[in-house]
Design a protein around this ligand. Structure first.
Ligand code: WT7
Length: 587
C-alpha cells in the first residue's frame, strides 16, 4: 500500500504544515480520500471546544478492518501482516500473512456474531501479547462491537471497575499469559473480577498456557471449540459492518488526576485516518519494512502502532509476547537481528533499563537492519538518547521522539524520520494539522522570555481527526478534564517549552498524574487504594525522580493503630500488607 501523503523533506513539511493549519478541513479531506469508505462524507469537520463536540467526516461510512485487511488482499495477500515472537526464545516464531489474518479475523468475527455480539456492544479484551489479541480486536471492529482492551497487568478490581463503567457483555481472555519467567493467570483474574458483575454474559478463553482454569457452563467457551463450530458451519467470510465515521471504535481506560480511570472513546473514521497518516509520516514507513513496537496492545501505543496504523498501511508488524530482559537483556537485539527489524519503537524506561546492563548484551548482534528508532511515553533524558543513537542506531538511524496521549489517539508532536531533525530530549515539531500553544495559568499565551522560549501549559487550538470524542457514558467528565481549564483549548495536562525555532520540549505532567515507566497513574487513584487498607486513615502520594522508571512513587501514610516504631520487622510486614492491598486494587 503506498499512500501519496508521505512527506519527503523539510521544505515539503513546512509547506504542508502551513496549508494544513490554514484550512484543516480541506487538508484532511485530501488525506481521507486515500482510504476505503463505503460512503463519503457530507461535512469534513464540525467542532467547538465548549461542549465539546468534534465530528470528522460526518455522513461517511466505513469499516476500518476493510482498510486493514480486505484492501491488501488484492495487492499483497501473502505479505506478512504479523510476525509473532513468543516469550520463550526456543519456541518458533510464526507469521500471519494478510490472507491468513483476514481469514482468522473473519472466523472470530463470526464466532462473536454467533454468540449474539452486535454492533455497539462492548467487548472487554484481557489477553497476553499473542496474535489472537490482534485478531480479537479486529474481529470486534469487523462487526462494529466496541472493544475495550485491558492491559494484562491490571487487577481483578480494575477489570471489574472497567466492566461496570462500560457495561460490557462479553470478555475475551486467555487461560494465562507468558511474561518472562512468570505465568499470569488471566482467566483466574477474570473469574475474580466477575464476582458481583452481572452484565457479562459470555467469556471466551484462548488456550495459551494450558493453565487449569474453571469453565462455567453457559458462560465460558474455549476459543478453539468456537472456531471449530464456525468452521463446521462453513462460515468463512464475514461482511464488514457499515459504521458511521463517528461511531465509537474503541474505549480505552486511562488514569486522570481525579476519580477512577475514565473510558477514552475514539471514533472509527478519524482514528483510522490520523493513526495511518502518522504511522506513514512519523516513521517514514516503507512498504517492505518490518516494524517493531515494543508496547503492549493494552495501551494506546499498541492499538495505534501495532494494530491499526501498520495494518492500514499494509505493513508488517511484530508482536512480542515477552519482556526485554528475558531470558537475557539481549532479547530485543536478538529479535531485531532475527527478524531483520527496520523500525524499532520503544519507551525511554526500557532504554534506561537496558543501558544499565552495559554493552555486553549487544555483542553478538549487528543490528544492521535498523533504519529508524523511536521513543514514546515519557521525556527522554539526553544520556539515554545518546546511548540509543550510538549503540543501537550506530549513529545511522534518525531517532524520533513522539509525544502523544491516549486521548490524542496518535502522535501530535515529533520529528519525522528523514524529514525533520531530531534533538535529544525534544519532541520538536507539531505534525500537520496540529496547532499547539503554550499558555500560562490564566490561559493566556505564555510570554516569550529573553532566550526566545515560551514555558507553560501545553494546549491545542485545533482538533485533529483522532481527538478524544468523549469519556464513555460521561461527557461532562470529558469536558471538565480537557476543555474546561482553558477556554476554547484542549488541555493536555503536560508542561512544555517552545523555543524560537518552534520546537517543543515536553517537561512532564503538570497535574496530579505520575508517569511510572511510561505508564500513567493518578496520585488520587493510588491514594484511594492505600486508603482501602484497614489501618490507613489518610495517605498522600507524590512522585520522585527515578533513574530507570522516570518517576517512582512515595506514599505517606497516617496509620490507625498501635505500632511499635522500634520493631522494624513489624513495620516491614505492615508495609508489605499495604503494598499487597494496592496491588489487589490496581494491579
Ligand atoms: C502522557 C500520555 C503516548 C502513548 C504512551 C503514553 C507522556 C508521552 C511523551 C514524549 C514526553 C511523553 C506525557 C503524556 N508522554 N509521550 N515523547 N515525551 N512525555 O500514553 O498513558 O496516555 O500518557 O505520557 O506526559 O501526557 P498515556
Amino acid at each position: 500500500m503506498h499512500y501519496s501523503f508521505q512527506i519527503q523533506n523539510q521544505a515539503e513539511y513546512e509547506a504542508i504544515y502551513a496549508k494544513s493549519i490554514a484550512d484543516p478541513a480541506s487538508f484532511w479531506e485530501d488525506i481521507a480520500n486515500q482510504f476505503l469508505w463505503k460512503q463519503k462524507w457530507q461535512s469534513v469537520l464540525e467542532w467547538n471546544f465548549i461542549e465539546p463536540k468534534v465530528t470528522w467526516f460526518q455522513g461517511a461510512t466505513l469499516n476500518i478492518t476493510e482498510n486493514c485487511l480486505d484492501r491488501h488482499l488484492a495487492t499483497h495477500p501473502n505479505k506478512p501482516a504479523i510476525i509473532f515472537e513468543p516469550n520463550n526464545i526456543n519456541e518458533p516464531s510464526t507469521t500471519l500473512t494478510y490472507q491468513t489474518l483476514y481469514e482468522k479475523v473473519c472466523l472470530w468475527a463470526n464466532v462473536l456474531k454467533h454468540h449474539g455480539v452486535k454492533k455497539g456492544d462492548r467487548v472487554c479484551i484481557y489477553m497476553g501479547m499473542t496474535p489472537e489479541l490482534s485478531i480479537a480486536v479486529l474481529a470486534c471492529a469487523r462487526i462494529g462491537a466496541i472493544h475495550s482492551v485491558i492491559f494484562g497487568g491490571f487487577s481483578a478490581q480494575s477489570i471489574a471497575d472497567r466492566l461496570e463503567d462500560s457495561h460490557a457483555g462479553y470478555i475475551i481472555t486467555a487461560d494465562g499469559a507468558f511474561r518472562g519467567s512468570k505465568e499470569i493467570p488471566l482467566k483466574t483474574v477474570v473469574d475474580e473480577a466477575l464476582i458481583g458483575i452481572d452484565s457479562v454474559k459470555k467469556v471466551f478463553i484462548y488456550n495459551r498456557t494450558h493453565t487449569p482454569v474453571s469453565m462455567i457452563k453457559g458462560r465460558d467457551f474455549w476459543w478453539h471449540d468456537e472456531i471449530k463450530i464456525i468452521q463446521d458451519l462453513g462460515l468463512k467470510d464475514c461482511p464488514a459492518e457499515e459504521m458511521a465515521a463517528e461511531d465509537p471504535l474503541f474505549i480505552l481506560y486511562t488514569s486522570g488526576s481525579t476519580g477512577k480511570p475514565k473510558g477514552v472513546v475514539h471514533a472509527c473514521g478519524g482514528y483510522m485516518v490520523y493513526a495511518t497518516y502518522t504511522f506513514v509520516n512519523v516513521f517514514h514507513y516503507q512498504p517492505h519494512q518490518v516494524f517493531f513496537c515494543t508496547a503492549d496492545i493494552g495501551w494506546i501505543t499498541g492499538h495505534t502502532y501495532i494494530v491499526y496504523g501498520p495494518l492500514c498501511a499494509g505493513g508488517t508488524s511484530m508482536i512480542f509476547e515477552g519482556i526485554p530482559t528475558y531470558p537475557t537483556p539481549s532479547r530485543f537485539w536478538q529479535i531485531i537481528d532475527k527478524h531483520q527489524v527496520n523500525i524499532f519503537y520503544t519507551a525511554p524506561t526500557a532504554i534506561r533499563s537496558l543501558m544499565n546492563f552495559g554493552l555486553e548484551p549487544l555483542q553478538d548482534y549487528d543490528l544492521k537492519s535498523l533504519q529508524v528508532l523511536g521513543t514514546v511515553g515519557e521525556p527522554i533524558n539526553e544520556e539515554a538518547w545518546h546511548w540509543y543513537n550510538e549503540h543501537i542506531g550506530k549513529k545511522n538511524c534518525p531517532v524520533i521522539d513522539t509525544w502523544w496521549q491516549t486521548e490524542t489517539g496518535a502522535t501530535l508532536i515529533s520529528n519525522l524520520a528523514f524529514v525533520t531533525e531530531g534533538k535529544p530530549g525534544w519532541a520538536t515539531y507539531p505534525l500537520p494539522g496540529i496547532l499547539p500553544i503554550i499558555v500560562d495559568a490564566q490561559g493566556i499565551e505564555a510570554e516569550i522570555d529573553a532566550d526566545g522560549n515560551q514555558k507553560g501549559n501545553l494546549c491545542l487550538k485545533l482538533p485533529w481527526p483522532s481527538i478524544i470524542r468523549t469519556t464513555y457514558n460521561n461527557h461532562e467528565r470529558c469536558r471538565i478534564n480537557y476543555f474546561d481549564t482553558f477556554k476554547n483549548l484542549y488541555f493536555t495536562g503536560d508542561g512544555a517549552i517552545k523555543n524560537k525555532l518552534g520546537q517543543f520540549r515536553i517537561t512532564g505532567r503538570v497535574d496530579d498524574v505520575l508517569n511510572i515507566s511510561g505508564h500513567r497513574l493518578g496520585t488520587a487513584e493510588i491514594e484511594n487504594a492505600l486508603n482501602m487498607h484497614t489501618g490507613v486513615i489518610e495517605s498522600a502520594v507524590v512522585g520522585y525522580p527515578h533513574a530507570i522508571k522516570g518517576q517512582g512513587i512515595y506514599a505517606f501514610i497516617i496509620y490507625n493503630g498501635l505500632i511499635d516504631y522500634n520493631n522494624l520487622e513489624e513495620i516491614e510486614y505492615l508495609k508489605q500488607d499495604i503494598f499487597q492491598t494496592v496491588t489487589k486494587i490496581i494491579g
